[in-house]
Each structure stands twice: as C-alpha cells, then as structure tokens.
Design a protein around this ligand. Structure first.
Ligand SMILES: Cc1cc2nc3c(=O)[nH]c(=O)nc-3n(C[C@H](O)[C@H](O)[C@H](O)COP(=O)(O)O)c2cc1C
Length: 184
C-alpha cells in the first residue's frame, strides 16, 4: 500500500475475524517499529509476543476485569468476551524501558509511541488490522507477572491486538483548519 494511503486509511480495529494474518507480517511490522526515531538512540522499546498459554491466562483476566467494570457476570457475556479476545491472530505487548531521568523518560515514551505507530502502519500496509490498547488488562499487576516484566524496569505502554478486521470503523476527525495555525 502506498504510504499516504496507509496513513489516511488506518483505523483502530475493535472487532476481528478468526482468520490468520499473512506469514511474516509481525516480523515485518517489528522491523518497521524499531526504525522509529529515538533520541540518543536509547532503543527504549521492548516487544513481547504473547504465546498461546499466556494468551489463555490473559484472556481469563481480561474477562474478569471487563465483567467487573460492566457489572455484568452472565455466561453469555463471558462467552462473547472469550471470542472477542480470542479472535485476533496476535497480541503484542509493548513496554518502555524506564529511564531514571524524567526528561529522557518522556522522550523515550514519545519514541516508543512512534514505534507502535510504525508497527500498526506496517500491518495496515498489508491490510492487517490492529488496536493499540491501554485498557485495564495491559496495566494489571498480574499481566506483568504473566509476561515476566519487572514494573520497576519497564512499563507496558500498549497491548497491540492484531488480526483480520471484521469491520473498519471511521471515527470523525476535527477538520484541518481547526487544528492548524499559521503565523505571519
Ligand atoms: C495511547 C493510546 C491508547 C489507546 N488505548 C485504547 C484503548 O484502551 N481502547 C481502545 O478502544 N482504543 C484505544 N486507543 C485507540 C484510540 O481510541 C483510537 O486511536 C481513536 O479512537 C481514533 O481512532 P483511529 O485510530 O481509528 O483513528 C488508544 C490509542 C492511543 C494512542
């Protein structure tokens, strides 16, 4: 896909089919991710590809958290969530190495955010959908344990769900004129 087209058409995908994604798409997206600009070349990102065993445990955690949030504990809702979380072909956690210096830490977050966008755009260039999520599951202490990430060393800044879109939403954007200023 042409770059500008990918930039303009990428959308956050909330619902996925259970179809597989092209072989090597994740590896290509990771190669794109680590090309993101990063000041002082800190390479502040770590990517954790979630395997099937941990994915199952995370799914159960996610279901419990969502049921509690919605105060809805019916078997039907649990089944719906199990399928929703199970459908995306891949789940990747992106964490940021925590630098002691607050300014460097802020810059590292910016760099890691660029890496996530590169990752998602690379996938979208192959018509593969993704969603950057900072929902409860990505921040829960059990998640750190399951992924073997030390919260004193790294912060999980995204769960990226990856898969074949079931539908492509089109949320509105504010018009360009409302966000761009030009000085004399
Ligand atoms: C830092 C960050 C965190 C996000 N976390 C969530 C999330 O937890 N759940 C969600 O549905 N979308 C999340 N999103 C996606 C945004 O909601 C989405 O980008 C926004 O609605 C605009 O839609 P678009 O990406 O299709 O343009 C997140 C995006 C960013 C940049």
């Amino acid at each position: 896909m042409e770059l500008q087209k990918a930039l303009l058409t990428r959308r956050t995908i909330h619902n996925y089919t259970a179809d597989p994604i092209p072989e090597g798409a994740i590896e290509r997206a990771l190669e794109a991710a680590i090309r993101a600009p990063n000041h002082k070349l800190t390479n502040p990102w770590r990517f954790t590809r979630v395997g099937p065993e941990v994915r199952k445990k995370l799914t159960e955690l996610g279901i419990e958290l969502k049921c509690a949030k919605k105060n809805k504990f019916t078997p039907k809702f649990r089944d719906y969530l199990r399928q929703k979380y199970g459908n995306p072909a891949e789940l990747v956690a992106v964490s940021q190495i925590l630098n002691d210096d607050p300014f460097r830490r802020r810059e590292d977050y910016a760099a890691a955010a660029c890496a996530i966008q590169n990752f998602c755009l690379s996938l979208w260039g192959e018509d593969v959908g993704s969603k950057w999520s900072t929902g409860q599951m990505s921040r829960h202490e059990s998640t750190y344990e399951m992924l073997d990430i030390d919260p004193d060393e790294e912060e999980i800044i995204a769960f990226v769900w990856v898969g074949q879109p079931e539908e492509i939403p089109d949320p509105p954007r504010d018009p360009l004129e409302s966000v761009v200023r030009t000085t004399d």
